[in-house]
Design a protein around this ligand. Structure first.
Ligand code: PEP
Length: 254
Protein backbone atom coordinates (compact mmCIF):
# COMPACT_ATOMS: atom_id res chain seq x y z
CA UNK A 1 0.00 0.00 0.00
CA UNK A 2 1.32 3.45 -0.89
CA UNK A 3 1.99 5.61 2.12
CA UNK A 4 2.95 9.24 1.79
CA UNK A 5 6.42 9.61 3.29
CA UNK A 6 7.19 12.23 5.91
CA UNK A 7 10.44 13.95 6.80
CA UNK A 8 10.31 15.76 10.15
CA UNK A 9 13.13 17.87 11.58
CA UNK A 10 13.52 17.89 15.35
CA UNK A 11 15.52 21.02 16.14
CA UNK A 12 15.81 20.18 19.86
CA UNK A 13 17.29 22.97 22.02
CA UNK A 14 18.56 25.01 19.07
CA UNK A 15 17.70 28.19 17.16
CA UNK A 16 16.75 31.65 18.34
CA UNK A 17 13.79 33.22 16.56
CA UNK A 18 15.93 34.98 13.91
CA UNK A 19 17.93 31.77 13.34
CA UNK A 20 14.72 29.74 13.08
CA UNK A 21 13.28 32.16 10.52
CA UNK A 22 16.46 32.09 8.47
CA UNK A 23 16.47 28.28 8.36
CA UNK A 24 12.80 27.88 7.56
CA UNK A 25 12.97 30.54 4.83
CA UNK A 26 15.68 28.54 3.08
CA UNK A 27 13.62 25.36 3.43
CA UNK A 28 10.43 26.85 2.10
CA UNK A 29 12.17 28.36 -0.91
CA UNK A 30 14.07 25.20 -1.81
CA UNK A 31 11.24 22.73 -1.16
CA UNK A 32 8.26 24.65 -2.54
CA UNK A 33 7.75 22.27 -5.45
CA UNK A 34 7.76 19.07 -3.33
CA UNK A 35 4.26 17.60 -3.34
CA UNK A 36 4.93 13.92 -2.59
CA UNK A 37 6.52 14.17 0.87
CA UNK A 38 5.05 15.64 4.06
CA UNK A 39 7.69 18.04 5.36
CA UNK A 40 7.58 19.04 9.03
CA UNK A 41 9.80 21.14 11.31
CA UNK A 42 9.80 21.09 15.12
CA UNK A 43 11.41 24.31 16.41
CA UNK A 44 11.65 25.16 20.12
CA UNK A 45 8.46 26.57 21.69
CA UNK A 46 9.77 30.14 21.60
CA UNK A 47 10.00 30.13 17.80
CA UNK A 48 6.74 28.30 17.00
CA UNK A 49 4.52 31.28 16.29
CA UNK A 50 7.12 33.18 14.25
CA UNK A 51 7.88 30.06 12.20
CA UNK A 52 4.16 29.38 11.78
CA UNK A 53 3.63 32.87 10.36
CA UNK A 54 6.53 32.35 7.94
CA UNK A 55 5.10 28.98 6.82
CA UNK A 56 1.47 29.95 6.23
CA UNK A 57 0.46 28.83 2.74
CA UNK A 58 3.56 26.64 2.25
CA UNK A 59 3.95 22.86 2.07
CA UNK A 60 5.85 22.69 5.40
CA UNK A 61 3.98 21.71 8.57
CA UNK A 62 4.80 22.62 12.15
CA UNK A 63 5.33 20.33 15.15
CA UNK A 64 5.96 20.80 18.84
CA UNK A 65 8.86 18.81 20.28
CA UNK A 66 6.81 17.92 23.33
CA UNK A 67 3.56 18.78 25.12
CA UNK A 68 2.31 18.32 28.67
CA UNK A 69 -0.71 16.08 29.13
CA UNK A 70 -2.84 18.56 31.06
CA UNK A 71 -4.47 21.33 29.05
CA UNK A 72 -4.12 24.14 31.62
CA UNK A 73 -3.59 24.79 35.32
CA UNK A 74 -0.93 25.15 37.98
CA UNK A 75 1.93 23.44 36.12
CA UNK A 76 4.72 26.00 36.03
CA UNK A 77 6.88 25.78 32.95
CA UNK A 78 4.65 23.41 31.00
CA UNK A 79 3.09 23.95 27.57
CA UNK A 80 -0.07 22.11 26.50
CA UNK A 81 -1.53 20.64 23.32
CA UNK A 82 -4.14 23.40 22.88
CA UNK A 83 -1.38 26.00 23.33
CA UNK A 84 0.88 24.61 20.61
CA UNK A 85 -2.14 24.07 18.36
CA UNK A 86 -2.93 27.75 18.92
CA UNK A 87 0.68 28.58 17.93
CA UNK A 88 0.18 26.85 14.57
CA UNK A 89 1.23 23.25 15.20
CA UNK A 90 -0.39 20.31 13.48
CA UNK A 91 1.89 17.69 15.13
CA UNK A 92 3.53 16.94 18.47
CA UNK A 93 6.53 14.68 19.03
CA UNK A 94 5.89 12.44 22.04
CA UNK A 95 8.17 10.16 24.05
CA UNK A 96 11.48 11.16 22.47
CA UNK A 97 14.28 9.17 24.09
CA UNK A 98 15.90 12.38 25.36
CA UNK A 99 12.70 13.11 27.24
CA UNK A 100 12.63 9.54 28.57
CA UNK A 101 16.29 9.86 29.60
CA UNK A 102 16.42 13.39 31.06
CA UNK A 103 12.85 14.34 31.97
CA UNK A 104 11.31 11.24 33.54
CA UNK A 105 9.08 10.47 30.56
CA UNK A 106 7.64 6.98 30.93
CA UNK A 107 5.44 4.73 28.84
CA UNK A 108 2.43 5.88 30.89
CA UNK A 109 3.15 9.60 30.56
CA UNK A 110 3.87 9.17 26.84
CA UNK A 111 0.45 7.57 26.49
CA UNK A 112 -1.13 10.51 28.32
CA UNK A 113 0.66 12.90 25.97
CA UNK A 114 -0.45 10.96 22.88
CA UNK A 115 -4.04 11.20 24.07
CA UNK A 116 -3.65 14.89 24.94
CA UNK A 117 -2.24 15.59 21.48
CA UNK A 118 -5.14 13.83 19.78
CA UNK A 119 -7.66 15.60 22.00
CA UNK A 120 -6.13 18.93 20.98
CA UNK A 121 -6.44 18.04 17.28
CA UNK A 122 -2.72 17.38 16.85
CA UNK A 123 -1.15 14.34 15.19
CA UNK A 124 1.21 12.69 17.68
CA UNK A 125 4.58 11.40 16.46
CA UNK A 126 5.25 8.70 19.06
CA UNK A 127 8.93 7.77 19.41
CA UNK A 128 9.96 4.26 20.40
CA UNK A 129 13.39 2.64 20.46
CA UNK A 130 15.81 0.43 22.33
CA UNK A 131 19.11 1.32 23.98
CA UNK A 132 22.38 -0.33 22.97
CA UNK A 133 22.17 -2.46 26.11
CA UNK A 134 18.66 -3.61 25.15
CA UNK A 135 19.89 -4.55 21.66
CA UNK A 136 22.96 -6.38 22.93
CA UNK A 137 20.76 -8.40 25.28
CA UNK A 138 18.40 -9.26 22.41
CA UNK A 139 15.62 -7.26 24.02
CA UNK A 140 14.88 -4.94 21.09
CA UNK A 141 11.53 -6.48 20.17
CA UNK A 142 10.38 -6.66 23.78
CA UNK A 143 11.32 -3.05 24.59
CA UNK A 144 9.95 -1.54 21.40
CA UNK A 145 6.74 -3.58 21.65
CA UNK A 146 6.20 -2.41 25.24
CA UNK A 147 6.74 1.23 24.31
CA UNK A 148 4.45 0.87 21.31
CA UNK A 149 1.64 -1.00 23.07
CA UNK A 150 1.80 1.28 26.11
CA UNK A 151 2.11 4.45 24.05
CA UNK A 152 -1.02 3.75 21.99
CA UNK A 153 -3.02 2.06 24.78
CA UNK A 154 -6.68 3.03 24.78
CA UNK A 155 -6.59 4.71 21.36
CA UNK A 156 -9.56 4.22 19.06
CA UNK A 157 -9.10 3.25 15.44
CA UNK A 158 -9.79 6.86 14.45
CA UNK A 159 -7.09 8.01 16.87
CA UNK A 160 -4.62 5.53 15.42
CA UNK A 161 -5.33 6.80 11.92
CA UNK A 162 -4.06 10.21 13.09
CA UNK A 163 -0.96 8.81 14.82
CA UNK A 164 2.57 8.49 13.44
CA UNK A 165 5.24 6.20 14.90
CA UNK A 166 8.97 6.99 14.86
CA UNK A 167 11.38 4.12 15.46
CA UNK A 168 14.46 5.72 16.94
CA UNK A 169 17.10 3.33 18.29
CA UNK A 170 18.70 5.26 21.14
CA UNK A 171 22.18 4.08 20.13
CA UNK A 172 21.75 5.73 16.74
CA UNK A 173 20.55 9.14 17.93
CA UNK A 174 23.19 11.84 17.57
CA UNK A 175 25.97 9.24 17.36
CA UNK A 176 26.57 8.95 13.61
CA UNK A 177 25.91 5.18 13.97
CA UNK A 178 22.87 4.86 11.76
CA UNK A 179 20.95 1.58 11.79
CA UNK A 180 21.46 -0.38 8.60
CA UNK A 181 18.38 -0.47 6.37
CA UNK A 182 18.02 -4.17 7.28
CA UNK A 183 18.22 -3.51 11.05
CA UNK A 184 15.68 -0.71 10.78
CA UNK A 185 13.34 -2.70 8.50
CA UNK A 186 13.29 -5.61 10.95
CA UNK A 187 11.90 -3.37 13.68
CA UNK A 188 9.59 -1.40 11.38
CA UNK A 189 8.14 -4.68 10.10
CA UNK A 190 7.63 -5.90 13.66
CA UNK A 191 5.85 -2.65 14.57
CA UNK A 192 3.55 -2.89 11.55
CA UNK A 193 2.77 -6.55 12.29
CA UNK A 194 1.83 -5.60 15.83
CA UNK A 195 -0.47 -2.88 14.54
CA UNK A 196 -2.01 -5.42 12.13
CA UNK A 197 -3.27 -7.46 15.06
CA UNK A 198 -5.46 -4.43 15.82
CA UNK A 199 -6.55 -3.56 12.27
CA UNK A 200 -4.96 -4.41 8.94
CA UNK A 201 -6.05 -1.33 7.00
CA UNK A 202 -4.94 1.01 9.79
CA UNK A 203 -1.58 -0.79 10.06
CA UNK A 204 -1.03 -0.62 6.32
CA UNK A 205 -1.76 3.12 6.33
CA UNK A 206 0.32 4.00 9.42
CA UNK A 207 3.46 6.05 8.75
CA UNK A 208 6.47 4.58 10.58
CA UNK A 209 9.45 6.96 10.43
CA UNK A 210 13.04 6.01 11.13
CA UNK A 211 15.20 8.31 13.27
CA UNK A 212 18.83 8.09 14.32
CA UNK A 213 21.71 9.71 12.42
CA UNK A 214 19.76 10.13 9.19
CA UNK A 215 21.91 12.07 6.72
CA UNK A 216 21.69 12.94 3.02
CA UNK A 217 23.82 9.91 2.11
CA UNK A 218 21.78 7.27 3.96
CA UNK A 219 18.20 8.57 3.64
CA UNK A 220 17.49 7.03 0.25
CA UNK A 221 18.59 3.50 1.15
CA UNK A 222 16.67 3.53 4.42
CA UNK A 223 13.52 4.66 2.65
CA UNK A 224 13.81 1.95 0.03
CA UNK A 225 12.80 -0.52 2.74
CA UNK A 226 9.13 -1.50 2.52
CA UNK A 227 8.10 -0.44 6.03
CA UNK A 228 10.15 2.77 6.35
CA UNK A 229 7.99 5.78 5.52
CA UNK A 230 10.35 8.69 6.00
CA UNK A 231 12.50 9.99 8.79
CA UNK A 232 12.67 11.96 12.00
CA UNK A 233 15.87 13.95 11.66
CA UNK A 234 17.78 15.62 14.50
CA UNK A 235 21.25 17.04 13.82
CA UNK A 236 20.94 17.14 10.04
CA UNK A 237 17.70 19.14 10.27
CA UNK A 238 19.65 22.13 11.58
CA UNK A 239 21.48 22.59 8.29
CA UNK A 240 19.23 23.68 5.44
CA UNK A 241 21.29 21.94 2.75
CA UNK A 242 21.25 18.60 4.60
CA UNK A 243 17.54 18.68 5.42
CA UNK A 244 16.69 19.65 1.84
CA UNK A 245 18.86 16.79 0.53
CA UNK A 246 17.15 14.31 2.88
CA UNK A 247 13.71 15.39 1.65
CA UNK A 248 14.87 15.04 -1.96
CA UNK A 249 16.42 11.62 -1.25
CA UNK A 250 13.08 10.48 0.18
CA UNK A 251 11.10 11.43 -2.94
CA UNK A 252 10.06 8.56 -5.13
CA UNK A 253 10.94 5.89 -2.59
CA UNK A 254 7.29 4.95 -2.04
C1 PEP B 1 16.38 12.75 16.98
O1 PEP B 1 16.73 13.45 17.90
O2 PEP B 1 15.18 12.47 16.88
C2 PEP B 1 17.39 12.24 16.06
C3 PEP B 1 17.04 11.26 15.27
O3 PEP B 1 18.63 12.82 16.11
P1 PEP B 1 19.84 12.60 15.07
O4 PEP B 1 19.26 12.68 13.69
O5 PEP B 1 20.79 13.73 15.35
O6 PEP B 1 20.42 11.26 15.36
Amino acid sequence: MARRPMVAGNWKLNKTIPEALALVTELKNALASVRDVDIVVAPPFTALWAVHERLVGTNIGLSAQEIFFEDAGAFTGKVSGPMVKDAGCAYAIVGHSERRQHFHETIETSNKRVRAALKAGLMPILCVGETLDDRQKNNTTKVVAEQLDGGIAGLSLDDLKRTIIAYEPVWAIGTGHVATPKQAQEVHGMIRDRLRSRDTAMADAMRILYGGSVKPDNAHDLNEEPDIDGSLVGGASLKAADFIAIVRATRGTH
